[in-house]
Design a protein around this ligand. Structure first.
Ligand SMILES: [Zn+2]
Length: 191
């Protein structure tokens, strides 16, 4: 098994600073899995390790939310030798299946993400799958940043737990210290 924490550090995926999360909260760490997954050998290895943990569910298809989940979801599916598809937001921001993907053909779907921070996108994929008359049996991520081990009564499987410390903008000590606020994935600096 790969030491996922070491790999995150080594590839520069584990960022320290002052970050604006999609929830609107602030944090002093951010995990940018794209930095790890750009190393194809690591992506393959991490995918194989996560696949090992998901084998017991006997999934027939892996589904990931675009864009962050696509690479790791594909690697997990390839390792298990099963199908893969992804959900994406339409112009109204609703998680949906396009490109001819048909989740109704599968009855043992497992969701794979890179990082679960609040579980919001996982819940949106679960909802989209249910609306397509598919059946989802488990959720997973490389890194679980929540303190929970299930989402909507489904197990949440991860390779590592790195719980996230968040602050509201009002109580954020980094704001008080005047450290520039960064939205991860962009170069944009707020205030
Ligand atoms: Zn702050």
């Amino acid at each position: 098994m790969i030491n996922i924490r070491e790999l995150l550090e080594e590839t520069g995926a584990f960022l320290k600073g002052h970050f604006l999360l999609s929830s609107g909260l602030h944090s002093d760490t951010y995990i940018q899995c794209a930095k790890l997954l750009q190393k194809t050998r690591y992506a393959k290895g991490v995918g194989a390790d996560l696949a090992l943990k998901l084998q017991k569910f006997s999934p027939d298809c892996i589904v990931s939310p675009a864009i962050g989940g696509i690479i790791i979801g594909y690697e997990v599916a390839r390792s298990l030798d099963i199908s893969f598809m992804f959900a994406e937001r339409n112009s109204d921001g609703i998680m949906t299946f396009r490109r001819g993907f048909d989740p109704s053909k599968f009855k043992r779907m497992v969701i794979v993400e890179d990082v679960v921070t609040t579980g919001k996108s996982t819940r949106e994929v679960i909802k989209a799958l249910k609306e397509c008359n598919s059946n989802v049996i488990a959720t997973s991520a490389i890194v679980n940043r929540t303190k929970i081990n299930e989402i909507d009564d489904l197990p949440l499987v991860s390779l590592t737990n790195i719980s996230l410390k968040t602050y509201t903008p009002k109580e954020c000590p980094l704001c008080k210290d005047g450290i520039p606020l960064i939205k991860p994935g962009t170069r944009k600096i707020f205030k």
